[in-house]
Design a binder for this molecule. Structure first.
Ligand SMILES: Cc1ncc(COP(=O)(O)O)c(C=O)c1O
Length: 383
């Protein structure tokens, strides 16, 4: 057997060490130093996203929850098929969670799945751009705006992804809602070990988000010369990332186009090799929602259920290929059942929980490695 093909391998490249050395020797290794500002400037220039680097996407989601100023009884709709942080952030800061089901065609929420659970207590909806692809963004944004419900985006996987409007305008994901979060965890397209960002679309949230970021103080206003001393003005926490983290992230961002192009090439190779197997109906290849410019964050297959997926995973493992499932429906999680009781069914979320299988996708895969995975999957279905 050839060497094991890992599901994920971070690739920091040669430039990373130089940037890290510069950060370490800069005499400003805590948050909001030179590299943090470089990261902020990159997102503004490249994607029009204005925001703050955080120590994780989870932290950014918690900042969103604080910005909502949740009152007792306020409901926040989140997908059942998501990472726990999309839900824990709002739960921690006082929301009553409501779980919406995935679209039958895509793991993302749809406008219909949101409409099915919205009530007069709905304060906000946080969608997740699963696999770095948006779904029904314009429809959801407009419908929520007409009802004064805050639209939030968990764009953890969506760096560099876009979505186009009916009139043909293309906007990066992360710029559709009142605020969005991103992750730069080592499994993401651009990574720094552990890191994230909060991006703010609403003008009236910008100043407040800076205080939340800096432990509830107006330290930013002080640095900007707007006040002559700083103090405690709001809720907050230490949501910043260190400038060492920012330097590592910056070394990835300056290679972002090269990273994106290589990931897209791998994604397209998988798709060309695996799509013909769909015809037999024993599995489905991942689908990209219409109008979505995805970022090749992952390539997944959808098997009919848990047992078929386990059998394919076992087969791939025997060939030295790591594959992995993903989120488990939150509406059926032990915490939710214990604290909120039985929840309405989310059958599509359960289908993705049981049947979705992710294949290796990272920059250390050669074309030959990708072909080896395709061949392994093909052999399973044609044996
Ligand atoms: C949809 C989603 N939201 C939030 C997170 C949490 O990201 P982080 O590890 O940066 O806190 C993840 C992690 O993978 C995720 O997939």
């Amino acid at each position: 057997m050839d060497g094991e093909l890992k599901f994920n391998l971070a690739d920091y490249g040669e430039g990373a060490l130089g940037q890290l050395e510069q950060a370490v020797n800069s005499n400003w290794t805590s948050g909001n130093g030179h590299f943090t500002k470089e990261v902020h400037a990159f997102f503004k220039a490249e994607f029009g996203l204005e925001g703050l680097l955080t120590h994780s996407c989870t932290a950014a989601l918690e900042m969103m929850a604080l910005l909502l100023d949740l009152q007792p009884g306020d409901e926040v709709i989140v997908p059942s098929f998501t990472f726990v942080s999309t839900a824990t952030a709002f739960d921690l800061h006082g929301a009553r969670l409501v779980f919406a089901d995935s679209d039958p065609q895509y793991p993302n929420l749809s406008l219909d799945s949101i409409k099915a659970v919205v009530t007069e207590r709905t304060k906000a909806v946080c969608v997740v751009h699963y696999a770095g692809a948006g779904h029904e963004m314009e429809e959801i944004r407009d419908w929520l705006a007409a009802r004064d419900i805050v639209f939030l985006e968990d764009a953890a996987q969506a760096v560099g992804a876009t979505y186009s409007t009916r009139s043909g305008a293309t906007l990066p994901l992360g710029r559709w809602g009142a605020a969005s979060s991103m992750s730069f965890h080592e499994t993401k397209n651009v990574a720094c070990g552990q890191g994230g960002a909060l991006f703010i679309g609403r003008d009236d949230w910008k100043e407040r988000s800076m205080a939340l970021w800096e432990k509830g103080t107006n330290r930013q206003a002080f640095f900007l010369g707007l006040v002559d001393k700083y103090g405690w003005v709001d809720k907050g926490s230490s949501f910043l990332a260190s400038d060492i983290t920012a330097a590592l992230l910056h070394s990835q961002l300056i290679r972002w186009k090269e990273i994106h192009e290589r990931r897209m090439a791998i994604w397209n190779r998988y798709d060309a090799g695996l799509r013909p197997l769909e015809a037999e109906g024993r599995m489905a290849c991942m689908r990209i929602p219409p109008n979505s410019g995805h970022n090749a964050h992952m390539y997944y297959l959808l098997l009919p259920g848990f047992e078929a997926r386990a059998a394919l995973m076992k087969h791939l493992k025997s060939l030295g290929i790591q594959s992995t499932f993903h989120y488990q429906s939150l509406h059926r999680s032990p915490y939710v059942l214990r604290t909120m009781g039985e929840q309405p069914d989310c059958p599509h979320s359960d289908r993705y929980s049981d049947g979705l299988l992710r294949l290796p996708l990272h920059l250390k895969l050669s074309d030959a490695d990708v072909d080896r995975v395709i061949d392994g999957v093909r052999r399973f279905f044609t044996a």
